[in-house]
Design a protein around this ligand. Structure first.
Ligand code: 5RP
Length: 235
């Protein structure tokens, strides 16, 4: 499965492999989205095939659902699972309080719902995702397409009223057309450089009509498994 990996892929792989230790037969497992989470899904698939692991997976995107089925993991919906034992997912940034920015892959809404419905959320990340203060990575917010330009203007006004510095907002594109999430929504990326009050910003953003969810994961993650390019891994 691994062949000759670049340092970054090796870091993602070793973090994913180590995180499989949080998974046992009989568990309902939230499956994250992104390149690191894809390693996790492939590792779990191998364990299903070769080691008799039996789990039910709840994917956080159509991409992850397709990969999970491909590698032989039984896929169920969140409503079928109702509650999950563990969710394992990547992140765009994590800080020392284990707060996160997620949504670089546009799946933040399902990811947040699934992680919140889990006993435990384990984040898998290469060391480049570690930050002192969240915000260098653009913060994604998912907005409904109806009136998105008005929603974007309201978000900008809100950022001004909160004295958030260095703010620009951009509609995420997929080539010439707006990016569309699995829920049929758009993503606005907030380029903030530094988020001083992440909890407050998250609450305020979600009050704006048209905003469905934002990519700040506050008090949701329990553990970060960190991978390094030389194959070292830390929890
Ligand atoms: C998708 C996500 C991903 O977990 C995040 O973007 C990290 O992705 P990658 O593992 O490819 O760096 O939040 O919405």
């Amino acid at each position: 499965m691994t062949g000759e990996l670049s340092p970054i892929d090796k870091a993602k792989f070793v973090a994913a492999k180590r995180a499989t230790q949080y998974v046992e037969t009989g568990m309902r497992v939230g499956l994250g989205t992104g390149s690191t989470a894809a390693w996790l899904v492939r590792c779990l698939g191998e364990m299903v095939r070769d080691e008799g692991l039996r789990i039910k997976g709840v994917p956080t995107s159509s991409r992850t659902a397709a990969l999970a089925r491909d590698v032989g993991i039984e896929v169920i919906s969140l409503d079928e699972a109702k509650w999950l034992d563990v969710t394992i997912d990547g992140a765009d940034e994590y800080d020392s309080n284990l707060n996160l920015i997620k949504g670089g892959g546009g799946a933040l809404l399902q990811e947040k719902i699934v992680a919140t419905a889990s006993d435990q959320m384990v984040v898998i990340a290469d060391i480049s995702k570690q930050v002192e203060t969240l915000g260098a990575f653009p913060l994604p917010i998912e907005v409904i397409p109806f009136g998105w330009q008005t929603t974007k203007a309201l978000v900008e006004e809100t950022l001004i009223s909160m004295d958030v510095l260095g703010r620009t907002t951009t509609l995420r594109m997929n080539g010439e057309v707006p990016f569309v999430t699995d829920e049929g929504n758009h993503i606005i990326d907030l380029h903030l450089n530094r988020i001083g009050h992440a909890r407050q910003l998250s609450l305020v953003l979600n009050q704006i009509p048209g905003v469905v969810e934002n990519g700040l994961f506050i008090d949701i993650c329990d553990v970060v498994v960190i991978g390094y390019g030389d194959g070292k891994v830390e929890v």
